[in-house]
Design a protein around this ligand. Structure first.
Ligand SMILES: NC(=O)c1ccc[n+]([C@@H]2O[C@H](COP(=O)([O-])OP(=O)(O)OC[C@H]3O[C@@H](n4cnc5c(N)ncnc54)[C@H](OP(=O)(O)O)[C@@H]3O)[C@@H](O)[C@H]2O)c1
Length: 246
């Protein structure tokens, strides 16, 4: 069951960055795409460019998720909407950002799977792609964001088990730094943001869309469980050691 066997996709967080790139890549491959986000103007432009169908929706509105997705026959879910807060330090994070992060990155992601997966299982055709992060796999000093993406990681791993025998595949994509609007929201301090993302070449949203297509396009016998991809010049767990003079 490669990409050619799928007909429809639902992409959350489609108004910018990775989601918008995924919509374009899937539409290019002839998939009928449903694009979800809050910013109507952005979705309208995306629809003009790709022919996708748009759904203006705040994913923190759980009832609306079930109302909107109930009648859609979805083969591919790109569960991508998300944000980062608390990048400066967890200990100064606004408590409201804890709720915002978990409601968006975890609760909404779970409800979107709950709303779309039963139809896939019933039709014995489907692929769930959760966009996690390297922060969900490794400690990289962002406790709040890491907690949310750690949940996405174990959601994806457990889905593999729960979907076994249903014909539905599950993939988690774990990017390092990608050039999107994500960091505009993650940092309050502009200089801190620039220090984080500038001075070396980071990933482009299209690189993540390519990775998603690779997983979707794999032959039926292959379930790509996890893809971790970082900029060549970004590593996790590394340290630059300054030699101590003896
Ligand atoms: N950029 C990176 O370095 C990076 C690295 C690893 C993982 N990721 C993950 O990649 C995913 C996509 O992020 P991105 O980098 O493409 O950032 P982005 O350009 O900021 O895109 C985030 C998307 O999520 C949507 N969104 C946020 N809250 C929403 C809500 N309550 N309801 C509906 N849509 C909502 C936004 O749309 P609206 O504002 O229009 O609603 C937007 O389309 C996220 O899950 C992020 O955690 C990003």
């Amino acid at each position: 069951m490669a990409l050619r066997d799928y007909r429809t996709a639902l992409v959350t967080g489609a108004s910018s960055g990775i989601g918008a790139a995924a919509v374009a890549a899937l539409a290019e491959r002839g998939i009928e795409v449903h694009a979800v986000a809050r910013r109507e103007d952005r979705l309208k432009k995306l629809a003009e460019a790709t022919g996708c169908t748009t759904h203006v929706l705040d994913l923190r509105d759980t009832e609306k998720i079930y109302e909107t997705f109930a009648d859609l026959e979805i083969d591919i879910l790109i569960n991508n909407a998300g944000l980062g807060r608390g990048y400066e330090s967890f200990f100064v994070t606004d408590p409201k950002d804890i709720d915002l992060t978990l409601e968006t990155n975890v609760t909404a992601a779970l409800h979107v799977v709950r709303a779309t997966a039963p139809g896939m299982v019933q039709r014995r055709r489907g692929h769930i792609v959760n966009v996690g992060s390297i922060a969900g796999l490794h400690p990289i000093k962002f406790a709040l964001y890491g907690a949310s993406k750690g949940a996405v990681h174990l959601l994806s791993q457990n889905l593999r088990l729960e979907l076994q025998g249903t014909g539905v595949r599950s993939t988690e994509i774990c990017p390092g730094r990608v050039e999107t609007e994500f960091f505009l929201g993650a940092f309050d301090d502009e200089q801190a943001r620039r220090d984080f993302v500038e001075g070396y070449e980071i990933l482009k949203a299209e690189d993540i869309a390519d990775a998603i297509l690779y997983a979707l396009d794999a032959p039926w016998r292959v379930n790509v469980a996890t893809i971790e991809l970082t900029p060549t010049e970004q590593t996790t767990g590394g340290a630059t050691i300054t030699p101590v003079e003896q």
